[in-house]
Design a protein around this ligand. Structure first.
Ligand SMILES: N[C@H](CCC[C@H](N)C(=O)O)C(=O)O
Length: 286
C-alpha cells in the first residue's frame, strides 16, 4: 500500500487533489490509475481530478493535470490559480510574480496578496488558436469554426471552436438554465469529429461585459467552473461580436465569477480566487 500525501483545493468549486512532487517522487506509471482512484467519490477522496506540482528547468515550477477519468490534459485554468496559491502560501515560491509550466506552455502569474496569502491570482493564459488542426477536429486543417452549424443527436446547434492549450466547443444559448448540458454535453465531448474529445461550454450573453456560463468538461463531466473554458467563452464572444477586445468581461460560472480579458497583444488574461480545502493522506492499494 502507498500512503499518498495530498492537498485538496478548489477554484470556484472546480476541485482537484494536489500532490507536491517537490517533496515526493513516484513512478510515472502511477499517475493515471491514481487520478482515477483518488477522484472517485465513493472509494477515494472525490475530486474533478489530480494535479501534480513539480520542479522544472523551464519555469519557476511545473504543473500536470489529470481529469477524473485519468486522461491527462495540457492546461487547466482553475488548477493554475490553485498551484500559484499553493506555492506562494506554502513558501515554495515566496514571490508575487512567477511562471508555471504546463504541457501547453509557460504561463505568467501575478498574485494579489494579504497577510502572507494569495487572495486573487491573475494568469496570462496565452493566445487562442482557431484552426481545426489545433483542437484537433476533422475537416480542413487550417479552417476556423465560428458559429457553424453542428448536428448532434438530431439537433442543429451553432458551434465556435477555441483552443487555449486545450479544446473548447462553445455554444451560445438564449437562457443558460436551458443549456443542454446533461443531454448533449457528453455527446459533443465524445463526438467522432473530435479525435481527442473536447470540452463543451454553453454561454448566455448578458451584455457586452457579462456572460453566463456552464460547462461539460472533457474527462470530468459537469464541473462548477472551468478556467480555460471561461477564457474560451470570452474569445468566442468577441469573435462573434458579443464582447470587445481589451475589455474586462465578467464570466458568471456555476461556482462563481472570473474576470477575463483578451488584450490587443492577443493574450488572454484570467483573474480569480483559489482556496485550500484540506490536507490528507490517501491509502492507495495498487
Ligand atoms: N477537462 C479539461 C482540463 C481541465 C480544465 C478546467 N478544469 C479548467 O479550469 O481550465 C481538459 O480535458 O482539457
Amino acid at each position: 500500500m502507498l500512503n499518498i500525501e495530498f492537498t485538496k483545493m478548489h477554484g470556484l468549486g472546480n476541485n482537484y487533489l494536489y500532490i507536491n512532487l517537490f517533496e515526493h517522487t513516484y513512478d510515472e506509471a502511477l499517475f493515471v490509475p491514481l487520478a482515477i482512484a483518488m477522484s472517485d467519490v465513493n472509494r477515494g477522496i472525490g475530486a474533478d481530478g489530480l494535479v501534480l506540482i513539480h520542479q522544472t528547468a523551464d519555469a519557476d515550477c511545473g504543473m500536470r493535470i489529470f481529469n477524473k477519468d485519468g486522461s491527462e490534459a495540457s492546461n487547466c485554468g482553475n488548477a493554475l490559480r490553485c498551484v500559484a496559491k499553493y506555492v506562494y502560501d506554502r513558501g515554495l515560491l515566496p514571490r508575487a510574480t512567477f511562471t508555471i509550466q504546463t504541457k501547453s506552455g509557460i504561463n505568467y502569474v501575478s498574485l494579489q496578496v494579504a497577510n502572507g496569502e494569495a487572495t486573487s491570482i491573475t494568469i496570462n493564459m496565452g493566445q487562442p488558436k482557431f484552426e481545426r488542426q489545433a483542437m484537433p477536429m476533422q475537416g480542413e486543417a487550417t479552417a476556423h469554426v465560428i458559429h457553424e452549424p453542428f448536428d448532434v443527436d438530431g439537433e442543429t446547434l451553432h458551434m465556435t471552436n477555441v483552443f487555449l492549450g486545450n479544446p473548447h466547443a462553445v455554444f451560445f444559448v438564449e437562457h443558460i438554465e436551458q443549456a443542454p448540458l446533461y443531454t448533449l454535453g457528453e455527446k459533443i465531448e465524445k463526438h467522432p469529429i473530435f479525435p481527442e474529445r473536447t470540452n463543451v461550454e454553453f454561454i448566455e450573453v448578458v451584455n457586452d461585459t457579462e456572460l453566463n456560463f456552464r460547462v461539460w468538461e472533457r474527462g470530468s463531466g459537469v464541473t462548477e467552473a472551468c478556467g480555460t473554458g471561461a477564457c474560451g467563452a470570452v474569445v468566442a464572444a468577441v469573435v462573434n461580436g458579443h464582447c470587445k477586445r481589451n475589455e474586462d468581461v465578467t464570466v458568471h460560472l456555476a461556482g462563481g465569477d472570473l474576470t477575463i480579458k483578451w488584450d490587443e497583444a492577443g493574450d488572454v488574461w484570467m483573474t480569480g480566487p483559489a482556496a485550500f480545502i484540506a490536507d490528507g493522506t490517501f491509502f492507495y492499494n495498487q
